[in-house]
Design a protein around this ligand. Structure first.
Ligand SMILES: [Zn+2]
Length: 265
C-alpha cells in the first residue's frame, strides 16, 4: 500500500469536496441579492443533510454500507460477530479462548497502531480461523468525520499495510471509528478493496458498564443475518461476549463470517 493517494482517489476527493461545499456560495449569493430566507434555508438543509449522513452508521447517503449478512453475501442466516478496537494483551486472549470454547468465529476490526504492539495476538487471531478487519491506523474517533482525503487515505492504507506486514493478510472489510463517514470514506475504501461494514445489533458496550443492560440491547435486535457490534479492550468485553454467545445458543443461531459456512455450534 502506497503512502501516496492514487489519482482516481484524488479526483473523487476533489469532486466530493465540491459537492460538499457548493451550497455555501449559492446561499451567500442568494442572501446578497435579497433572498436571505432562501439562503438560510439552503444552509440549514445542507447542514441537516451532512449532520445526519455523518452521524448515522447505517446511512447510504455517502455510498454502500453493509448492515446485515444478506447484504454481505446474500444469505440471511446465522449472525456475524464483529469485535472492534483491539487487540489488547489483557482482553483479546480471553475473547479468543471464549470463541474457541464455544466454537464461534468473529471478525476483529483492529486498530493498526495497537496491532503493531501486539503482533503475536494478530497472528493468533488468524491462526484460530477468525478474520481481521481494518479499523484505521490510529482510530481518530473525534475527528474521523472531518478527515480530508489525504488523512482518510493514510488511516485506511497504513492499517492495511500494518496487518499485511504482520501476518500476510490484507483485510477486505472496513469499519469506521464510531460509525462516522464523510464524502471521502467510500472512494478510499473502494480503492483499497475494502467493503464497509456497519451493524444491526449493539449494546453500547463501549460506554455502558452494566452487562445485563448491554445484553438486553443486543438481544432486542438479534435475528438471523444480524451483524453484532462488540468491543475489545473494555473491562466488560469478555463477559459481554460470553453473554452474547449464550443468547445465540438459546435462539439456535450460529456464527459465521461473510461468504463462509456457519460454525458447528
Ligand atoms: Zn472503534
Amino acid at each position: 500500500m502506497s503512502a501516496r493517494r492514487p489519482r482516481a482517489v484524488k479526483r473523487a476527493a476533489k469532486l466530493r469536496a465540491f459537492l460538499q461545499w457548493s451550497p455555501l456560495p449559492i446561499a451567500i449569493a442568494l442572501m446578497i441579492f435579497g433572498h436571505a430566507w432562501w439562503g438560510l434555508g439552503i444552509i440549514l438543509g445542507a447542514s441537516l443533510f451532512m449532520g445526519y449522513a455523518i452521524l448515522s452508521p447505517t446511512t447510504r447517503l455517502f455510498g454502500k454500507v453493509v448492515r446485515n449478512l444478506k447484504e454481505a453475501d446474500g444469505r440471511n442466516e446465522d449472525v456475524w460477530i464483529t469485535i472492534d478496537d483491539g487487540p489488547d494483551a489483557d482482553t483479546t486472549p480471553k475473547l479468543l479462548e471464549i470463541l474457541e470454547r464455544e466454537g464461534a468465529v468473529a471478525t476483529f476490526f483492529v486498530i493498526g497502531m495497537r496491532a503493531e504492539k501486539n503482533v503475536e495476538l494478530i497472528r493468533d487471531i488468524v491462526r484460530r480461523g477468525h478474520q481481521l478487519g481494518n479499523h484505521t491506523q490510529t482510530h481518530p474517533a473525534s475527528r474521523f468525520w472531518i478527515s480530508g482525503g489525504r488523512t482518510m487515505w493514510a488511516e485506511l492504507s497504513y492499517c492495511q499495510s500494518t496487518l499485511h506486514n504482520i501476518c500476510g493478510v490484507v483485510p477486505t472489510w472496513f469499519r469506521a471509528p464510531v460509525g462516522h463517514y464523510n464524502f471521502q470514506t467510500h472512494p478510499v475504501a473502494k480503492e483499497l478493496g475494502l467493503r464497509i461494514a456497519s451493524w444491526s445489533s449493539r449494546g453500547f458496550d463501549a460506554v455502558r458498564k452494566d452487562v445485563s443492560k448491554i445484553l438486553a440491547s443486543i438481544e432486542r435486535d438479534l435475528k438471523p443475518g444480524a451483524v453484532i457490534l462488540l468491543h475489545d479492550v473494555r473491562p466488560v468485553s469478555a463477559e459481554v461476549l460470553e453473554g452474547t454467545l449464550k443468547l445465540l445458543k438459546e435462539r439456535g443461531l450460529k456464527t459465521r463470517l461473510p461468504g463462509e459456512v456457519s460454525t458447528p455450534q
